[in-house]
Write a protein that binds this ligand. Structure first.
Ligand code: SF4
Length: 459
């Protein structure tokens, strides 16, 4: 995350002028939303699945502490070391300590937005640990020294031609390679790094409380290598990823795969329960899990609790007209798009991300496609109210309007001012409001209130 104060208005103005980026974002967003539509149409019970997802997640977020305790106990029983980080800084400190305690100097990493949230790569690199991203999208943006612009498709803003140019520049490959050749070039570069790495770092799509397992899905096979080849596996997982039972997983996976990229199931799924056991040929010697809070337990007790139900599928981004018009970098936050405009201010502070709840047309498309029915437009509207708390003058006006004697007095004063051309209305509090308004002159004769009083008494 940038340490420069985010300014969505300026960044989005600049972004819409970058036609190359916007074309790339729209092309992939169209593709992802089209594939999701086909997958949903092919799943007759999709609405029932969504209902299940929402109801189950409501139960989970209402009992987060209980499930976290259960996950910790069961992961520990399976041989994992479970750490808890109250915030991003603590998570980064823990990761550095785990690496230092084990003499780890190199790490390979799977795509993880939670690791992005705690700026893990930056922290590890500053501590002298080389981190290599192994997801193709993340590999591209690491070479380009950029941040992800989509939570599911991090390099969505780059065209194939731009990627080919980048590879030529950084990896020395021939120019204008096909997609297949680009993938082969990345694979060749990564293979040696997988074999040499001391540590494998991942996030976790789900953390299963009743078995203490981490579930990871991918379409590239890099997660298997990241979790099995290095001697240490470190998983950084938000506490919102905990689900109660293994039996919950198939339904959540069905929702995630369809909503993320229109698949019935992801190409690869890894269920990691503890480190390598005696007699097993593969797997890490140590499994460390950092459970990240970073505001989540506070959010779970507040009015925006359902944002913790998010599966990070990215569907709300791909369908959002604002995201499609400006791309992900304009949000200047780890999480862009509709879900990001809710979670970023809640995690980092509304004063930092005050613009984001306004980065929305309230068209409602995000809530329509969300697989767990997060009420994103309602939350964005409520966050706007939180940003724009009524000023003192508005509260005073409301008090006056609700007190008949004050209201009558106010009307008499107002009538006199308006008769003099509304000069008194140019008070500082009303100055901006009056810039484009011409106050009407009251008609001569009795006021409406006087007329009404006479009429009522006459009856
Ligand atoms: S809010 Fe819903 S649609 Fe958006 S990323 Fe999360 S689960 Fe997907």
């Amino acid at each position: 995350m940038s340490h420069i104060a985010p300014n969505f208005r300026k960044a989005s103005r600049d972004a819409v002028l970058n036609s190359q980026v916007i074309a790339a974002v729209r092309k992939t967003a169209n593709l992802l939303s089209g594939m999701m539509a086909l997958a949903v149409a092919d799943t007759p019970d999709f609405e029932a699945l969504r209902d299940y997802g929402r109801t189950r997640k409501l139960e989970i977020s209402g009992n987060l502490e209980k499930y976290e305790q259960s996950f910790t106990a069961n992961a520990h029983a399976a041989g994992a070391v479970v750490h808890r980080a109250k915030d991003a800084a603590e998570a980064a400190r823990l990761a550095i300590k785990i690496a230092a305690d084990n003499g780890a100097k190199t790490a390979v990493k799977g795509k993880s937005m939670t690791a992005e949230e705690v700026e893990l790569n930056e922290a590890l690199e500053a501590a002298g640990i080389t981190v290599t991203e192994t997801d193709m999208g993340e590999f591209i943006i690491q070479l380009a020294n950029e941040k992800p612009s989509h939570i599911m498709a991090p390099a969505i803003h780059r065209s194939r031609a731009q990627v080919a140019e980048l590879f030529t520049d950084k990896l020395g490959t021939p120019p204008d390679l096909s997609v297949e050749a680009l993938v082969a070039a990345a694979r060749k570069d990564l293979r040696e790094k997988f074999l040499a790495a001391d540590m494998g770092i991942t996030g976790g799509n789900f953390a299963i409380a009743d078995t203490g397992s981490i579930v990871l899905v991918s379409n590239e096979g890099n997660i298997r290598m990241t979790t099995t080849l290095p001697r240490i596996h470190l998983a950084v997982v938000g506490i919102d990823k905990i689900i109660p039972e293994m039996a919950d997983m198939p339904k959540f996976l069905a929702l995630l795969a369809r909503s993320a990229c229109g698949q019935t199931i992801s190409s690869y799924m890894s269920i990691v329960t503890g480190p390598r056991r005696t007699g097993e040929e593969e797997g890490p010697e140590q499994l460390h899990i950092i459970l990240l809070d970073n505001g989540r337990s506070r959010i779970a007790k507040g009015p925006y609790r359902e944002i913790l139900h998010c599966l990070h599928c990215g569907a709300c981004l791909s369908h959002c007209p604002v995201y499609r018009a400006v791309g992900g970098h304009a949000y200047q936050a780890t999480y862009p798009g509709p879900m990001g405009s809710v979670i970023s201010p809640l995690i980092s502070g509304l004063e930092i991300y005050a613009d984001l709840p306004n980065a929305c047309t309230l068209c409602g498309r995000c809530a329509e496609v969300c697989p767990v029915c997060v009420p994103l437009p309602d939350y964005l509207r409520d966050l706007r109210s939180d940003v724009n708390k009524p000023p003192f003058t508005m509260k005073l006006t409301a008090f006056g309007a609700n007190t008949p004697s004050l209201y009558r007095l106010g009307m008499i004063v107002m009538r006199r001012m308006l008769k003099k051309g509304g000069k008194g209305l140019m008070a500082p509090a009303l100055k901006e409001w009056m810039v484009c308004r011409e106050p009407p002159k009251p008609q001569e004769g009795e006021s409406f209130r006087d007329w009404w009083r006479t009429r009522s008494h006459g009856k």
